[in-house]
Ligand binder design. Structure first.
Ligand SMILES: Cc1cc2nc3c(=O)[nH]c(=O)nc-3n(C[C@H](O)[C@H](O)[C@H](O)COP(=O)(O)O)c2cc1C
Length: 164
C-alpha cells in the first residue's frame, strides 16, 4: 500500500492554494491606533451568540493593536475592492494612511472602522484569544453586521485574486 508522506510547510501551503477563499479586511481603531490588513483566515464560529474568528500572524508586533484595542471588524470584499485588497495585503509597500484612503469607511458600534460598501461586515468585540503556531486566533463577539447582497465576491485562489 502507498503511504502518504508527512507534509512540509510548503506542501501545506500548496494544498491550501487549491482552496478558493473569500478575501476580507480586518480593521481596528482605538488607543493602540488604526490598522487594516487583508485576511483569508476568517471563520464563522456560532450564531448564538454570533461569533467569528480570525487568525493573525503574532510574529508581526503591529498586529498587537487588535488585542490592545479589544475590537475588530471583518469586512468581506466585493469585486470593486481589488485595489484595496492589493494595498492591504503587504504585496505593495503602503502606510496605514494610504491603505485607509483606498476605501470608504464608517465607524462601527465598537468603534472599529467598517468598510461602508463591503459585501458583508461583522463588527466585533474580542472575547478570547489563543496562540497557535505562528498565529493568534482572535474570537470576536459580533456586535453589528451590514450586508450588500447585490455585489459579487472577490476570491483568492491559486495565489491570485479572482472574480466569480
Ligand atoms: C490573500 C492574502 C491573505 C492573507 N491572509 C492573512 C491572514 O489570514 N492572517 C494574517 O495575519 N495575514 C494575512 N495576510 C497577510 C497580511 O495581509 C499582511 O501581512 C499585512 O497586510 C502586513 O501588514 P504590515 O505591512 O502593516 O505589517 C494575507 C495576505 C494575502 C495576500
Amino acid at each position: 500500500v502507498l503511504k502518504v508522506p508527512e507534509a512540509s510547510s510548503a506542501d501545506y501551503r500548496d494544498a491550501m492554494a487549491e482552496i478558493a477563499e473569500h478575501v476580507h479586511v480586518v480593521s481596528t481603531d482605538g488607543a493602540a491606533g488604526r490598522r487594516v490588513v487583508v485576511a483569508t483566515a476568517v471563520t464563522s464560529v456560532s450564531d448564538s451568540p454570533p461569533t467569528v474568528l480570525v487568525c493573525l500572524n503574532r510574529h508581526n508586533p503591529l498586529n498587537d493593536a487588535y488585542v490592545d484595542n479589544g475590537v475588530f471588524c471583518i469586512s468581506t470584499l466585493a469585486e470593486p475592492h481589488r485595489p484595496l485588497a492589493e494595498i492591504c495585503s503587504g504585496m505593495v509597500k503602503a502606510t496605514q494612511e494610504e491603505r485607509f484612503a483606498r476605501g470608504r469607511w464608517i465607524t462601527g458600534t465598537t468603534g472599529a472602522p467598517v468598510l461602508a460598501d463591503a459585501l458583508a461586515s461583522f463588527d466585533c468585540e474580542i472575547v478570547e484569544t489563543m496562540d497557535m503556531a505562528t498565529h493568534r486566533i482572535l474570537f470576536g463577539r459580533v456586535r453589528s453586521v451590514r450586508r450588500d447582497g447585490d455585489q459579487r465576491p472577490l476570491i483568492y485562489h491559486k495565489r491570485g485574486f479572482h472574480l466569480v
